[in-house]
Design a protein. Sequence first.
Length: 496
Amino acid sequence: MLTNEKIIRLIFGFKVKHLRLQKNLSYQELAKLTGLSTSYLNDIEKGKRYPKPAKITSIANALGVDYNYMVATNASKKLQPIIDLLSSKFFRLFPLEEFGISLEKLLELFTQTPNKVNAFISTVFKIARNYQVNEKQFYLEALRSYQDMHNNHFPELEEAVENFKKEFSINAVLPYSSDFLEEQLLEIYGISIDREELSKNEEISHIRSYYKVETKVLYIKKDLLSSQQNFLIARELGFQYLQLAERPYETTITEVESFELLLNNYKASHFAAALLMDGETLANDIRLFARENSWQPDLFLNLLDKYNVSPETLVQRMTNILPHHFGLEDLFFIRITSDEQLQSFRMQKDLHLSQLHSPYNNELNEHYCNRWVSITSIKDLPSVKSKKSKPSILADAQISKYWNTDKAYLCISLAKAGFQNSNKGVSVTLGLLVSPQVKSIFHFLTDPKLKYKEVHTTCERCGIADCEARVAPPTIIERQTRGTSILNSLKALGVE
């Protein structure tokens, strides 16, 4: 993380380099004008040194500006967007090195083409402001990009789980019980679990867990399913074993102060999923399930029982396994929630590997296509449709062919009633871009009984005629059609 002192050095060095290049001065020429060595000037421009006042005065005089301009954290209109970026909270907290970005190269780009870079940065700032993109949203998108960059497979985390099991002789047969995991947390790290206190305070009763460092107590909501408890305990084991200092202490992160916090939360969550679901074992289970000649929802649901995990943990874990063990990198994961009337649906999470697949998160108050298996599976839940039905998990699959494209996806969805409100529904969906490789792995793709539907992202952008599931008119398509018609009419002027 960049400190305030480092930021000030970077801004000063950026100004020096920009002004030096503007005046076509070499290091040697500026050294003669200032009486400073070329190596010292080079260190200044790289943000490694910050000169004393007398030397700043010499540099300012040589570059034709005053002292105050050099030490201020503002600049001319052309340079200000870059200064704003360097001063921003994003630049202070975003771990550029995690994305393989060299700070030195980035500053070099800024100084070589400041006008073009400024225009781009200004555009990004304006879009973020106009669409109210906050820091949390930005960091979440950065985390998804980080996962995509690594195909959502992190060998060091998988290895850490294996080392953890060897180091503490964890040889129990899967699935682990909550009592067993609780015992490991207490014996190894001295952390006890309280399942009563969280539920006593209504204001925080929606929080599933909270770790209090001072007392070494992990508070867990008492009415959670054993699969949910297992994940929370395993995640805390991950935080402790990986020694992740900058971390959230509550399950639902209320304040996202840095990218590092989100990244460490992901690492601990990945550790938990890998601990609960061994990669090689799950890969073999997927092969057995995929070799069936017809879609077998019960076989897929059996995986939840075998590992005692939640639908989301299973599907998220599959996004780790499929790229690494099967070479399937073109995939997406989405999480959809509904309102009580099953009329409004919201995408809470999405992850895209290799490319930006459809469907995707749309924040423009448009209506998601109700032909998605993510939505139909929620509507088909007996426990949501009938308040008398026992809560259950529904597995469904579908080939989704996107309207006006040649892309089709195998979508496998797990849906269940909401935890806080059983009148609402939630689904998690894994989408695999249909390819010869996918067909060779998932034999049931050729099953004629497998659902096949033409879909789109939102009703407003979809031109499927006579759609039985449409909940909003195709306003975006209609606007585009009108625009095309106007252009054609203009081109036809004066043509007989």
